[in-house]
Design a protein around this ligand. Structure first.
Ligand SMILES: *Cc1c(COP(=O)(O)O)cnc(C)c1O
Length: 365
């Protein structure tokens, strides 16, 4: 089976812009080129907020967003138990304590009830993850955060172009963070971008990512402690033209998912939270019937085994993460498999190959 490669082939607009940047010699973000600035503005606009800061990757972006929102060493940040490890390690990078809370057993997004139960006097922020391209239940999570005075950092690393109640992700919390790492829906090999609504948050995040400079301050004046976390112009030149085709690619992945017929198979789609108006389909998550041996399904290269529960990772616990009881995440680790986005980019007419494949691996003895 020959599925589309990821990333998709370069298009002419990318070729031209990358070449222009290469020829200009303005490769870094501090040399006067404008591609990073245009990318940042375009992403902020698409997220429905005025500000953005481009960074080297989303792990650093989450770290910078937490710092910019005032999370301090020793503070606690609640993260979901079923996500990529960087949601928790970015908290550690800020010197704070990741508190691993369970996900909803049905849709697998951060559960507001589990967050409530995990709060302590040290809780400073929560980090909903827009898992697989489907938005987290932000109304409930934002309401909870408002009640307790907590900052909300959206981990939108997997959700470029997704909307919740018709509003784009990345503009629903105090800050949103996208990833452009090689496996994501838009990629420059590596990269990330932070979006935010408040001017003061933008100033603080920008400073964290720009060696502690002030936005309008002297070049060698460093009113804050910060780091060089910048994206290059070359990376931005791969990403800016991609925005023009992102929506088509999302439609394509949705068409493939819609064409997938799972009738009669011991598997169901993981449902999305209420309020999802556009799933960007980074992954399609499927839940296997308890009677099915997951290892057998993973014998097919079409299926990916997904995440272990974060609380089961000894390194996180040793580094100081606080783990709460997470039966739903553990169940997801046992029973959920993924179909990756490169496969979802195939012609929807090929969706039947997925069910045939599943039938084949289940029939093997
Ligand atoms: C990929 C990913 C990250 C980290 O992104 P990088 O750009 O690789 O640092 C964080 N959170 C989630 C949910 C991700 O999928």
């Amino acid at each position: 089976m020959n599925w589309p490669a990821w990333p998709p082939p370069l298009d002419d607009a990318q070729r031209k812009l990358v070449n222009d940047v290469l020829e200009s010699g303005l490769w870094g973000a501090t040399q006067g080129g404008d591609v990073v600035a245009r990318l940042t503005a375009a992403f902020a606009a698409r997220s429905g907020v005025p500000y953005g800061v481009a960074v080297g990757n989303a792990t650093l972006g989450l770290f910078a967003a937490l710092k910019g929102l005032g999370v301090r060493p020793g503070d606690e940040v609640v993260v979901p138990a079923y996500t990529f490890v960087a949601s928790a390690t970015s908290v550690l990078l800020a010197g704070a304590v990741p508190v691993i809370a369970d996900v909803d057993p049905v849709h697998l997004h951060l559960s507001p009830e589990a967050v409530s139960a995990a709060l302590s006097p040290r809780t400073a922020a929560i980090m909903p993850v827009h898992l697989a391209g489907s938005p987290a239940p932000m109304d409930e999570l934002n309401a909870l955060a408002a009640r307790h005075g907590l900052a909300v950092v959206e981990d939108a690393a997997q959700a470029h172009g997704a909307t919740y109640r018709d509003r784009p992700v990345g503009g629903l919390g105090d800050a949103g963070v996208y990833s452009f790492q090689a496996s994501k829906a838009m990629t420059a090999g590596e990269g990330g971008l932070i979006t935010c609504r408040e001017e003061s948050v933008h100033e603080a995040v920008w400073s964290v990512c720009n060696v502690g400079r002030g936005l309008c301050g002297a070049w060698y004046g460093h009113p804050n402690v910060g780091w060089n976390l910048r994206l290059t112009e070359i990376q931005a030149a791969l990403l800016l033209p991609w925005l023009d085709r992102l929506d088509d690619e999302i439609d394509r992945r949705n068409a493939f998912c819609d064409a997938l017929d799972l009738d009669g198979l011991p598997v169901e789609r993981v449902p999305r939270p209420e309020g999802t108006t556009r799933d960007s389909r980074h992954l399609l998550m499927l839940r296997l019937d308890p009677s099915v041996d997951k290892a057998r399904v993973l014998g097919s290269p079409v299926f990916d085994g997904g995440y272990p529960a974060l609380g089961s990772m000894p390194a996180l616990v040793e580094a100081g993460a606080r783990v709460t009881d997470c039966p739903a995440a553990e169940e997801a680790a046992r029973s959920v498999v993924w179909i990756r986005q490169n496969i979802l980019m195939a012609d929807p007419g090929r969706a039947c190959e997925i069910s045939e494949n599943l039938n084949t691996v289940l029939a093997e003895t």
